[in-house]
Design a protein around this ligand. Structure first.
Ligand code: SAH
Length: 218
């Protein structure tokens, strides 16, 4: 990165402004804010979009997919860790790898599943370039979860299915939480499911807008 971009639009001051915005929008968890202040989000988007990487917006990452809005990344992470830091977490929908980076800076072991191979390959390179080593990747339909590495103390999905996938529920440890957008386009809500000894407790958090949760690999 050179020229004005390097010292301007992607500078620490620009990042700090995003963090202030997240605080205004109600993000309170200092651990999440601190991690997001450090992560170079501009490296997770194409160079032509780097100057917009610290705006609170989703951006295209190719293959019809988007890097999630920073507020949404912060909110979902906050909901996942609120009652205690998980030891391991399953992420469905690696995409650019930005949310994975946030999780990997907080949680010892991250397992991330993506159905679109080229996105996964790109994410792996960026995450490795910035020195993140505690993420395992799988090219798969996250509707299956990743049973061999579970059960999980947390699961986070970045794409919206019509209904909560049963496999994800089954791969939660007792006491663990699943944070997931649910519903068809235009009518999605963010939900948090907590597995108890005998049931799954569902909280509806707020209306959201995510790409659809698709079947199969690409
Ligand atoms: N957190 C990512 C979000 C990317 S968008 C980021 O900030 O970059 C959601 C991602 O979920 C897309 O990359 C999409 O390909 C992926 N996805 C959708 N359905 C999926 C499924 N069933 N299994 C795995 N990944 C899926």
């Amino acid at each position: 990165m050179n020229g004005h971009l390097g010292i301007g639009m992607t500078s620490q001051r620009t990042r700090d402004r995003l963090i202030q915005q997240l605080q205004k929008l109600g993000i309170k968890d200092q651990r999440v804010l601190d991690v997001m202040r450090q992560i170079p989000r501009h490296l997770f988007v194409a160079e032509a979009l780097a100057s917009r990487a610290y705006e609170n917006n989703s951006l295209p990452i190719g293959q019809g997919q988007t890097i999630s809005q920073p507020y949404m990344v912060a909110r979902m992470t906050e909901l996942l860790i609120e009652d205690g830091m998980p030891e391991n977490v399953l992420e469905v929908g690696t995409g650019s790898g930005y949310q994975s980076a946030v999780l990997a800076n907080l949680i010892p072991r991250v397992f991330s599943v993506e159905r679109i191979r080229p996105l996964q390959e790109k994410a792996k390179i960026v995450l490795s370039d910035i020195g993140i080593r505690n993420i395992s990747f799988k090219h798969s339909d996250g509707g299956w979860g990743w049973k061999a590495c579970g059960p999980y103390q947390g699961i986070l999905a970045a794409a919206a299915p019509a209904e909560i996938p049963v496999n994800l529920l089954e791969q939660l440890e007792i006491g663990a939480k699943l944070v997931i957008p649910i519903g068809v386009e235009g009518q999605q809500v963010l939900q948090r499911v907590t597995r108890t000894e005998s049931a799954y407790e569902v909280e509806t958090i707020e209306p959201v807008s995510f790409v659809p949760f698709l079947k199969g690999r690409a």
